[in-house]
Design a protein around this ligand. Sequence first.
Ligand SMILES: NC(=O)c1ccc[n+]([C@@H]2O[C@H](COP(=O)([O-])OP(=O)(O)OC[C@H]3O[C@@H](n4cnc5c(N)ncnc54)[C@H](O)[C@@H]3O)[C@@H](O)[C@H]2O)c1
Length: 430
Amino acid sequence: MKKVCMFGLGFVGLPLALSFAMRGCQVTGVDIDEQLVSDLNKGITHHLEFYEGKAIQEILQNQLTQDRFRAISDGSAAMRESDHIIVTIGIPVEEHKHDIGPLLEVCRTVGTGLKKGDLVLIRSTVIPGTTRDLILPLLEETSGLKAGQDFYLAYSSERIAEGRAFHEFEHMPAALSGINAQSTEKAMELMSLVTRAHITQASCMEVVEASKVIENISRDVDIAMVNEFARFCKAMGIDIFEVVAVANTHQRVQLLNPGPGVGGYCLPNALFYLLPKAEELGVDLNLLTTARQVNEAMPRYVADLVLRNLQVAPSQGKIAVLGIAMKDYSNDDRMSPALAVIACLQQSGCKVEAFDPAVPSCYDFKVDSLTGALTGAHGIVLLSLQNGIELMNLDLFRELMAPDLPFIIDTKNFYDPALLKEKGFRLERL
Ligand SMILES: NC(=O)c1ccc[n+]([C@@H]2O[C@H](COP(=O)([O-])OP(=O)(O)OC[C@H]3O[C@@H](n4cnc5c(N)ncnc54)[C@H](O)[C@@H]3O)[C@@H](O)[C@H]2O)c1
């Protein structure tokens, strides 16, 4: 029975910790957020994850009852009880600048508690080179031990999508590399407890670190491309969703759908993990930088669509925002485009009331019912789909909304245009 210590109990760390607990490991989860630690020990989480028909809440409660998982905020205490340490602390990005401080702070705690024979497996998304150039010397300095000889160190990228975490820990092919063969072997043994898919052993940790960042950026670029096509199609008076569907009948074309922007922790941050290394190496990343700018401009574009359809002065207008999450059926609103769309509308003077039953964050514009958001609204902007947002009750929508031809900005391609027309709505897509 392995004794696993999971640093970070967020969207990755919690389901990963429970995945190891479900396979019989003794797991101690560490998080700096005392409220989170207390909630988790009571079996409370807002995450929307499922495994084999069970919600994460039930899995958490089971593992707590069986004493295979507990959360604490004292990293040093957790280190004393564990020999397999997994780090899932992120590198936040604010105004395009990354902050590696929290990750290094955790590695300092890990180093201080490190014992001979321990394995440290980094699963955070990092600036390529971080594990060897920053984490390794920090662990050696704080522990007084020699990496590869006294303890093992490896990096494996985390590739899950929120909402599919348990399934993807098990079935998504993974990539891994350690600072030496024994480290790779130890990490492989640990990961294989959960991952049944193929685990590629890369030639060095930098390959795995860089591939993870590039995987994320490639999706950001793919989305930016269709978002730019959307602006072109709109100007031309043709429907982007239809254009994408037709283009995708080509056997070598696989366009994504456009959207109101790109949110969450992973895709928007990725470029800002590659740029510092590129600057150090003197490499331009012009295409990637432009793609990021295209996606960052989408919320303003969506807000302008709203304002163009509004038949009253913005200061007299009320807009119902449906869906605050960064993607469909998620509770995560970190860097959500919805927040940027709302900020743009508020800056223009509109009153905004937003509804999203899955997102736990509190905002002054957030209301706790669909009725509350729709009452008196001149228009709706649909930004993410969500269980608990009943979108087909269009007769009720009309009753609640302001009487003059209300509009719906449908960024999800959800509504049938003919139906909306019949129900007396103006529809605008991206
Ligand atoms: N969210 C995803 O879908 C996803 C997917 C793949 C990879 N990743 C990567 O995984 C990593 C974690 O992402 P996440 O979404 O789980 O982040 P998160 O913000 O949900 O979780 C990180 C947790 O670390 C905790 N933390 C911060 N500083 C700490 C400290 N000093 N000591 C202890 N705990 C501390 C935070 O309180 C938080 O609960 C990131 O590098 C991210 O890029 C995320």
